[in-house]
Design a protein around this ligand. Structure first.
Ligand SMILES: Cc1ncc(C[n+]2csc(CCOP(=O)(O)OP(=O)(O)O)c2C)c(N)n1
Ligand SMILES: [Mg+2]
Length: 408
């Protein structure tokens, strides 16, 4: 370890970053690092603004309501995200897309993860986080390329400062931490947000990422979407901790738990975490309390391991109608705006249907192009072998066709 890590970033008075942050909020270091009891919620499941005393806040853990503009922009992404989730689910069932892990029900968490960041920040998503990637501004068809299997990676991670959607669990958190360290070394004030599921918190990589980030005081937000299942494994088999947010204190970083279906609360909590990280008060862990409404993927049948009653309880907490009611009653979301937003969502869905109906043009030889800058002799030989096979197959099918025509 370097000298910097051992001294825990003390300033001249010997204070650490976290103790400075705690002092700023007028609470003890322990109260700063520990999440509030329960969870932060600003808008209830029926779309009503909660009175301050019912928002789950405690001294030093207060969160101001985001502006109407921010919420309206978030709502637009919620509606588009829901439409994309459901369109892709249907496309998989029609055999036009290989796989799609839907975040239906989790769209508020997805959207907030993207909207809390500035363009210059970095997002590290998982396979479930397509809606977050879309809210980051990536073109829907580019995002879908990897799920369709037509191209290795459909978008340029550097252009959007959004990493590839990671399928190996939790590896993305180590990459997020590495990116934050690199940005610091370059003197940039980049904030990095790494997304992970409840199941992903049991991986060894989770420990390494949090520990490194905390020791080196890196500007990283670890954003856990606790959707209660890791395929069929329930949360109770994942951890014995009072909450996933409590894991933070053991590493010496601050944790908070938030209603993951309340867009307003998510934007408030993540917004403050970004601000603190930017000012040197990071890292942060935020646990979003949410639920996966559909099966894990098309290869899974959720009815085999959970009860309908549980699913309907969460259906009542749906983030989309909740925000619609809240914004309509505030007079922010008019009938006309609502129509514009759904027309935009329909347009995105139609674009996906259209694109997924076309046969993809694929050159199998391109498989060898991006493995090494300079191709190894083995790969060159394998490429040659495949090229010959393809040529033979093409010749065979041409002869077959001529034969068929001769029989006519
Ligand atoms: C390292 C690794 N181990 C196992 C898997 C297989 N796997 C894919 S998704 C998944 C469950 C993950 O659950 P969670 O982290 O809660 O995310 P969710 O799917 O609920 O969003 C598992 C075990 C994997 N992709 N990577
Ligand atoms: Mg999960």
């Amino acid at each position: 370890m370097t000298e910097t890590a051992q001294t825990d970033h003390p300033d001249q008075s010997g204070q650490t970053d976290s103790s400075r942050a705690a002092q700023r909020f007028g609470i003890s270091l322990e109260d700063y690092l520990l999440p509030t009891h329960g969870r932060i919620q600003l808008v209830d499941q029926d779309g009503a603004l909660l009175p301050t005393e019912d928002q789950g806040t405690t001294p030093g853990h207060e969160y101001p309501m985001p502006s109407d503009e921010e919420l309206l922009e978030g709502y637009r992404h919620l509606v588009i995200g829901r439409r994309v989730n459901d369109q892709n689910y249907a496309l998989v069932r029609q055999g036009r897309m290989a796989v799609y892990p839907s975040s239906h029900g989790q769209e508020a968490s997805e959207v907030a993860a993207a909207l809390c960041l500035e363009q210059r920040d970095w997002l590290f998503p998982t396979y479930r986080d397509t809606v977050a990637v879309l809210a980051r501004g990536v073109e829907p068809l580019e995002v879908m390329a990897s799920f369709r299997g037509t191209w290795h990676q459909g978008y340029d991670p550097h252009e959007h400062r959004t990493s590839v959607q990671s399928t190996p669990l939790t590896t993305q958190l180590l990459h997020a931490v590495g990116m934050a360290q690199a940005a610091r070394l370059k003197g940039e004030d980049t904030v990095v947000l790494g997304m992970v599921g409840d199941g992903g918190t049991s991986e060894g990589d989770f420990h390494e990422a949090l520990n490194f980030a905390a020791v080196f005081k890196l500007p990283v937000i670890f954003f856990i979407q606790n959707n209660k299942y890791a395929i069929s494994v329930p949360l109770a088999r994942q951890t014995a901790a009072p909450s996933l947010a409590h894991k933070a204190v053991g590493y010496g970083l601050a944790g908070e738990r938030v209603d993951g279906n309340d867009l307003a609360a998510l934007l408030a909590v993540l917004g403050r975490a970004v601000k603190l990280c930017r000012e040197g008060g990071g890292p942060f862990l935020v646990e979003a309390d949410t639920y996966r409404m559909q099966s894990h993927t098309n290869a899974d049948d959720a009815t085999r391991y959970r009860e309908d009653d549980e699913v309907s309880q969460w259906a009542a907490q749906d983030p989309v109608p909740r925000m619609r009611t809240f914004l309509s009653e505030r007079g922010v979301l008019t009938e006309e705006l609502e129509q514009q937003i759904s027309a935009q969502a329909e347009q995105v869905a139609a674009g996906l249907r259209e694109a997924m109906s076309q046969e993809p043009v694929i050159d199998p030889l391109e498989l060898f192009d991006h493995v090494y800058t300079v191709q190894t002799p083995q790969l060159a030989a394998q490429r040659e072998l495949l090229a010959e096979e393809l040529a033979r197959a093409a010749q065979g099918s041409a002869q077959h066709q001529t034969g068929q025509e001769g029989q006519k």
